[in-house]
Design a protein around this ligand. Structure first.
Ligand code: IVH
Length: 668
């Protein structure tokens, strides 16, 4: 072995042994036996002796255990780490492209590579003779913080590169936390009273900056490579070739596309914006880079960003605004919810002016007050919510909004049941707010399904006193209705027909439409299947009710209370007088031979042929138990398009996963 070969082997052994020390001492998870470890260590001792050069203090021959002694020390990058310029509109992309054509020449062939912009933190990983030697955060671009020990547990980063790479080689990319790991971490933190992170990016940064590397390891961080530093120049001819090579070495890389014209770039951006909510990690835009490295070199850099790359940002999902008022909304069952009314802002492409504060505990925990600057968030299809208040200056803040003692709509007393976070209006159906919600629920698609009976009509009917209970839906005064603005003859005729045609109703729908507390669609279906007739359900005692799978004491009490209440009996009586007929349930007894009988299934994603709710009911009729979350008790996951974390979890747990085609086959 010549001197250089010895040197290289020494580096490789030091890197490898450090890795094993880390596995053994930090993670308690050795990857090799003690004997194998000793053989490697002895080889290193011999080679270090042969080389007869000073041995560094951190060589595994000089240390025992795993010393995180370099944690967060400054680390200079071999080549500065650049940042990216941002674009927020198609016009800025057109300008970006035009600048390239001006500098190169008008008809230069330009191909752009599009990469999602991962929302995490940039890391530089330094390899010497193919061994991971250290890793550092971006810092100010020139010097970062040493996070070598912590980076070793991040998925997507190899510790050694079995390939012909430059002796000194830097690989760069983004460390991030998946949405699933983020949710799991925050849940755990909440349970143990630890720090709850505002978003996956903060969680990733907080998790990487841990003095105890085993904590970082428990946080499930991941990595995507997107660039090289030192040693990168002669390594590939284009960004696409570079990513391909890095991927072959064992680095995780993202899905990319090569695009030749601006329209393709705009379309690609739109496609990914739509894809964004279903991805397992957060992205905040698309990065467009000139693909060819020679062209990149000609274009060069300005300030701290290259001219050849740009980040086309998505509209923010988190935005700041000001709370103008906190009001109280009364729901169908009387629950009173605090709502933040804010100066309207555009969040992820939608104007938002109101956001729920959930309940009085949440309101107190977030301590949101009138006049506060707040951060609001809307991720994907999720209802906007107030993340936090930014106002902490107690002296110049409004007092906390008092919890109402009477219903803001009907003035009835407000009550709170023991153990419940919610406060409720005790006004029952005499509260117009409750009545409005009740009517909307009653006529909704999964209830009586009365076409043309929308929210506005329900509200107007209550406001004008034409409807005083859900039974009145079948006793509308169409002559008065016809005098209302916008209520033409055709609308009235259609509404009459729609109401008439729905008077015969299946028992399960009827139970659901009544809006009894705790009775959702699934329970309504179980009740109908079990009792077959409304009469049997009304007559059921607690014992009979508890025989049903998804009926517990709370649900049983709620049902008994509903049917025992005199006013409710009257309303039902009126409905029958107005011609409503509840059909007995005809679902055959569950066929225990069906492959789904007694199986616990979870449905996720979207389906093209069937609605999720519909599938749920049909599955129940086949004897399956439909659960909402995947756990080790799940037998089957039915995954449609865009299935996300549930699918991942099922795969991890080794649960059987089937697609829509299989679902339809079972249902047929
Ligand atoms: S390239 C020379 N590609 O965005 C260009 N950066 O706002 C260096 N980022 O500091 C960056 N995804 O932390 C590049 N596919 C991607 C990226 C990406 C996320 C981050 C990176 C950078 C920041 C700039």
């Amino acid at each position: 072995m010549n001197k250089i070969a010895i040197q290289q082997r020494i580096y490789a052994l030091r890197g490898e042994l450090k890795g094993h020390n880390y596995q053994y001492y930090v993670l308690d998870n050795p990857k090799i036996s003690d004997t194998e470890y000793d053989i490697l260590l002895r080889e290193l001792v011999n080679l270090e002796a042969k080389l007869a050069e000073p041995i560094p203090d951190d060589s595994p021959t000089q240390t025992v255990g795993f010393k995180p002694d370099t944690a967060f020390k400054p680390r200079k990058h071999g080549i500065p780490m650049l940042s990216l310029a941002n674009a927020f509109s198609d016009e800025e992309i057109i300008d970006f492209k035009r600048r390239h054509q001006d500098i190169l020449n008008d008809d230069a062939t330009l191909t752009y590579i599009a990469e999602p912009k991962v929302d995490g933190l940039a890391i530089n990983i330094y390899y010497e003779f193919g061994q991971l030697v250290f890793a550092a955060t971006r810092g100010d671009g020139v010097t970062g913080e040493d996070v070598t020990d912590n980076i070793r547990s991040v998925a997507g980063i190899p510790w050694s590169l079995d390939a012909d790479v430059p002796d000194k080689f830097e690989v760069r990319g983004e460390v991030y936390m998946s949405k699933a790991s983020f949710a799991a971490l925050n849940q755990k933190q909440q349970e143990v009273g630890g720090k709850v992170f505002a978003n996956p990016r903060n969680a990733a940064a907080g998790s990487l900056r841990q003095l105890d590397a085993s904590i970082t390891a428990s946080r499930n961080l991941s990595f995507f490579a997107y660039a090289t530093g030192l040693g990168g120049d002669a390594f590939a001819n284009s960004q696409s070739e570079l990513l391909e090579k890095l991927n072959k070495f064992g680095f995780a890389t993202q899905e990319t596309a090569l695009l030749n014209d601006k329209q393709a770039m705009f379309n690609h951006y739109q496609t990914w914006m739509k894809k964004r909510p279903s991805l397992d990690y957060e992205i905040d835009g698309m990065v467009f880079k000139v693909n060819d490295f020679k062209q990149q070199q000609l274009l060069g850099s300005v300030a701290r960003a290259p001219r050849w790359a740009i980040a086309y940002k998505f509209p923010a999902e988190e935005v700041e605004t000001v709370v103008e008022a906190i009001t109280w909304q009364v729901g169908r069952t009387g629950v009173i919810t605090p709502v933040a009314n804010m100066k309207a802002v555009n969040v992820a492409g939608v104007m938002v002016a109101r956001a729920t504060l959930h309940n009085i505990q949440e309101l107190a925990r977030k301590d949101v007050r009138v006049g506060d600057r707040v951060v609001i968030r809307r991720a994907g299809d999720v209802i906007p919510e107030v993340v936090k208040s930014l106002s902490i200056d107690e002296e110049n803040r409004a007092a906390p909004t008092p919890v109402p003692t009477t219903c803001p709509v009907c003035d009835a007393a407000v009550g709170q049941e023991p153990g419940e976070a919610a406060i409720r209006c005790t006004g029952g159906l005499s509260c117009s707010a409750q009545l409005k919600q009740r009517i909307k629920h009653f006529v909704s698609r999964d209830g009586f399904d009365i076409e043309g009976f929308g929210s506005k009509l329900a509200e107007a009917l209550v406001d004008k006193g034409l409807v005083k209970s859900i039974a009145d839906v079948f006793q509308l005064d169409f002559e008065v209705l016809a005098t209302w603005e916008g209520m033409g003859e055709k609308k009235i005729t259609n509404l009459k027909l729609a109401i008439e045609s729905r008077k015969k109703i299946a028992l399960s729908r009827f139970i659901y439409a009544l809006g009894i507390r705790h009775i959702g669609q699934a329970t309504a279906t179980s009740l109908a299947q079990h009792f077959k007739t409304l009469k049997a359900l009304q007559d059921a005692n607690e014992e009979n009710l508890l025989e049903i799978n998804d009926v517990g004491p709370e649900v049983a009490a709620s049902l008994r209370y509903f049917f025992a209440e005199l006013h409710n009996q009257e309303v039902l009586q009126h409905m029958f007088e107005y011609g409503v007929t509840v059909l007995d349930d005809e679902t055959p007894e569950v066929d225990n031979s069906h492959p789904l009988a007694e199986k616990t299934v979870v449905i996720t994603g979207s389906f093209s042929q069937i609605k999720r709710n519909q599938a749920k009911i049909l599955l129940q009729q086949l004897g399956a138990k439909v659960a909402s979350a995947v756990s080790k008790n799940t037998d089957i996951l039915i995954a449609g398009e865009k299935a996300g974390s549930k699918l991942k979890k099922a795969e991890v747990l080794g649960i059987q996963v089937v697609d829509e085609a299989q679902l339809l086959e079972w249902l047929s």
